[in-house]
Write a protein of this length. Sequence first.
Length: 296
Amino acid sequence: MVGVDIGGTGIVAGLVAADGTIESRAAVPTPAADGPAAVLDAVAAAVSRLGGGFAAAGVGSAGVVDRESGVVRSATDSISGWAGTELRAEVAARLGVPVVVDNDVHAHALGELWTGAAAGRRHVLFAAVGTGIGGSLVVDGRPHRGAHAVAGHLGHLPVPAAAGRPCPCGGTGHVEGVGSGPALLAAYRARGGAATTLPEVAALAETGDALAAAVLADGATALGQALGGLVNAVDPALVLIGGGVAACGPSWWRPLRNAVTAEVLPAVRGIPVLPGELGGDAAVLGAARMAWEELR
């Protein structure tokens, strides 16, 4: 199968064997400013570089993707005009094989369930913490998509620390406004910090810089509160964290885990909170897994 991950800055395709081995990879920049047709052509170009035959393709894409209709229902402006794209039909027309599509974070979670940190689990709460905060609630081995294909938007859970703060969605008080990568960096800069990137902030925190550590702890605690509340509601076997912010080190992970533990009910107090293992391969593998299951 082929698995494809469409992001706002890059497209990655992989030729994936039945055991989850990625036999070849290809990556191209996303021509996000050029519109949907250019992005879809770039997907076909990436797949053409894989150098092997395939029976079907799975695609994980940014945006609210309706798996049943194959349409991108809504999207941010990270890809110009992406909302309304007939993603499944357009990719199938270019590749000449059956195609299944879904949101990229659901694909990421499925990849981790297949060969990554969540392998063997059936109920998983996955959070992708980066430029925004997305997620996937895997129930009995399948992502829960909801009535409108928007399930998993964890960044828009309200938390006390974000009260009154604007969120990129247009609302206020959501955890993305305090826990995402840009929010953490903005908080550090607003409090007088001189670092210009989040990895620099994380490195400072690990060397004992009090401001950097406090900023990471505040954001991680807010996120942990939100995730702990969800654990109480849905009872997963595992909380799995991916995305760029997850690389911030112990100064971020420690308060995150402490906040989850403080929030959850006694029956689930020992729930593991773990990093993903597959990195950039996760969504490619998950998309390919969707294709295997669809063909089956």
